[in-house]
Design a protein around this ligand. Structure first.
Ligand code: DOR
Length: 436
């Protein structure tokens, strides 16, 4: 079995302490972590002097566009971006074409992923008002995705009467995009004709987000149903969850809702347009505090690439969404370096807590017996986000020009090096994730 020895790394241990030492992996599993491991008879050795070894990121909300929307991104380009960003596993959303709303569509996606993905993969099944049996039986899936708002076509399930049977039947995790569609439609009419993209945050306002979050929580409590609230964007939702969140509910936030706000429209126009929208700077502060306090459980990027041509159509014809998998880890590690949180907290939010919430076995910690999905980051140097070096097919980032530290130097998936200081090994393939 293939062995890999990483030497002289600052290794983040499960208790949050660092060990300067070595780690040996065998056949995709972590075999040993120790201050020193003999290199005798081992061919694959990485000298990690000066680098920090962390569990690979598990990104629990991405849109990788394949099948059907490959002009924006595909599973190969998206997972090249993952490898460069230290993302070793992802959970992908069902708004591809065809929609992932049946077992057949899920099977097709899994087959494509096995051929094309450089990292490990899992997929949501999408809820519609009339595909209930598929939601109960689909396998393997990380959960049911409900677009309560901000979606087009069949994936929209916005009314309480449509949502109720989905919450009532079955037990698997339901993840909601919580925006109140009726309010959005009404406010679109009120603000019709305005082409300043900043109006997006007023049309899909804080109340639209809060209304839907409250409704999802009400149904989750009524049926004691496992609920996950995707990309929380407002302080009022965080406050509501602080007071009302039961133990079986989790919530996530994106780096962009923590680090960008409505001021971004002036600088980057429609590139700042996403759903749920960016909010005022005060919301950044409240979301940060909720994350630090554990009201928000983990971080997802909502990687949602669109081409620059599509973004250039101008508001409201420009699509919502921004890429994220290549920048999320350095963005958060830069925050840790600045003292806003610890590196161990970043790793918990971006890996350990995600594995726990989705019951993904043997991932999210550096410990013997765990999968060898790892990332070596450089926490000493700062480099800017540059358009030319991005792997995502859309070719842009809302964080262009930001000086970040914690860039991945080496990414390892299942014990194999998939990215090494600028070079991708495109022969590596990830595996289908399992969910307990
Ligand atoms: O801005 C967004 N774009 N938010 C979503 O939840 C969906 C995504 C997309 O697929 O483009």
């Amino acid at each position: 079995m293939t062995q890999l020895l990483i030497r002289h790394a600052q290794i983040l241990l499960p208790d949050g302490q660092f060990l300067l030492g070595d780690i040996l992996t065998q056949g995709g599993t972590i075999l040993k972590v120790a201050p020193e491991i003999s290199a005798q008879d081992i061919d694959n050795i990485i000298d990690a002097t000066g680098l920090t070894l962390l569990p690979g990121v598990i990104d629990p909300q991405v849109h990788f566009r394949e099948p059907g929307l490959e002009h924006k991104e595909d599973l190969f380009t998206a997972t090249c971006a993952c490898a460069k960003g230290g993302v070793t596993s992802f959970l992908e959303m069902p708004n591809t074409r065809p929609l992932t709303i049946t077992q057949a569509a899920l099977d097709d996606k899994l087959q494509l992923a096995a051929q094309k993905c450089l990292v490990n993969y899992g997929f949501f099944i999408g809820a519609t008002p009339d595909h209930l049996p598929d939601l109960l039986t689909a396998n393997p899936t990380c959960g049911i995705k409900i677009f309560m708002g901000s979606s087009h076509g069949a994936l929209l399930v916005s009314r309480e009467a449509q949502l109720e049977p989905i919450f009532a039947e079955g037990s698997r995790l339901i993840a909601v995009h919580a925006e109140d569609q009726a309010r959005i439609i009404q406010r679109r009419q009120e603000f019709a004709g305005i082409t300043d993209p900043a109006i997006h945050s007023q049309i899909q306002d804080e109340e639209a987000a809060l209304n839907a979050t409250k409704l999802a929580l009400k149904l989750s409590k009524k049926y004691q149903r496992r609920l996950h609230i995707l990309h929380l964007s407002t302080g009022i939702e965080a406050q509501f969850l602080r007071e009302n969140k039961p133990s079986w509910v989790t919530a996530e936030v994106t780096p962009q809702h923590l680090l960008l706000n409505t001021e971004a429209y002036e600088k980057i126009g429609t590139l700042a347009q996403m759903n749920p929208p960016l909010r005022s700077p005060e919301n950044n502060t409240i979301l940060w505090q909720a994350l630090l306090d554990g009201v928000i459980d983990f971080i997802a990027t909502d990687h949602a690439p669109h081409t620059l041509e599509e973004k250039a159509k101008g508001y409201p014809n420009s699509p919502s969404g921004m890429p994220g998998v290549e920048t999320s880890l350095p963005l958060m590690l830069t925050q840790a370096k600045s003292g806003r949180c610890s590196i161990a907290q970043v790793v918990n939010w971006m890996s350990t807590a995600v594995a726990k919430a989705y019951k993904i076995p043997n991932k999210g910690l550096i410990e013997p017996g765990y999968d060898a999905d790892l990332v070596l980051v450089d926490l000493e140097n700062y480099y800017p986000v540059k358009r030319e070096t991005l792997q995502t097919k859309c070719g842009w980032s809302p964080f262009e020009g930001w000086e970040l530290t914690g860039w991945p130097m080496v990414t390892i998936v299942g014990g194999k090096v998939v990215y090494d200081r600028g070079e991708l090994n495109t022969n590596v393939r990830g595996k289908a994730l399992t969910f307990g």
